[in-house]
Design a binder for this molecule. Sequence first.
Ligand code: NAP
Length: 254
Amino acid sequence: MILDSFRLDGQVAVVTGARRGLGQGAALALAEAGADVVLVNRGDGSETAAQIEALGRRVHSIEIDFATADHDDYVSVIDEGVDALGRIDILVNNAGTIKRVPAVDHPTEDWEEVLAVNLDSVFHLSQAAGRRMIDQGSGRIINVASMLSFQGGILVPGYTASKHAVAGLTKAFANEWAASGVTVNAIAPGYMATDNTEALRADPDRSQAILSRIPAGRWGTPADLGGAFVFLASDAAAYVTGTIIPVDGGWLVR
Ligand code: NAP
């Protein structure tokens, strides 16, 4: 039956940046659909872990800072996740950071940190997970893109460059791995109420300008993305690959 093809029972998902915000929402949605979850966090992920265990799923937490990680660190993350929970079926590359400084003064260290966290992690984790998925003949990689995978943004050149690159990497990996049963897609969230957008929501002018441009008339929430994560992770999306799906309350079509 069609609804059964959305279930993730017995599968293992690795989710980065799952301590809070959209990553926490993704981890909980995948667990609700049946998946056990490896949480990859910079800090203590015990709150998300407790919520997943309460759903009756297995959970394993790994701590790592993507700003300083290298290729071998990322391979170790995937190896540890597989050792702990037995396999990897789904990788959600969600962790991300943003630095708001005008382009003319944008510090090199901000540029490098944003690219390391938002882009390098996606390349290295996808490569490490993808090798295992290709060997097993199945896998799902879901990247978190952005409206700034399509638009230029203001004050955030590194973030915009990284999210355009995430969209490109999604298509590049999708092309190479589709025949191996591994799909690679991205979700492009609109303007969501998380810590990432706290500065925007705290600025009455920017907040009003953004809100008035969202056809849905409200900021999104982590729960708004749950259906898209589960769909792309499931058998129902077996023939969907290389797409960047906006979940944006209509922002892009305005
Ligand atoms: P958030 O609440 O700020 O969460 C960001 C997550 O990334 C946190 O879990 C954070 O870990 C993790 N992270 C940041 N720097 C890290 C590092 N150096 N090493 C490892 N993990 C790191 O923001 P969010 O809105 O949920 O963002 C999640 C993703 O959605 C990001 O890729 C973001 O670009 C994207 N996005 C967000 C929006 C939006 O409107 N909110 C829109 C489009 C795309 P800690 O909790 O340990 O700090």
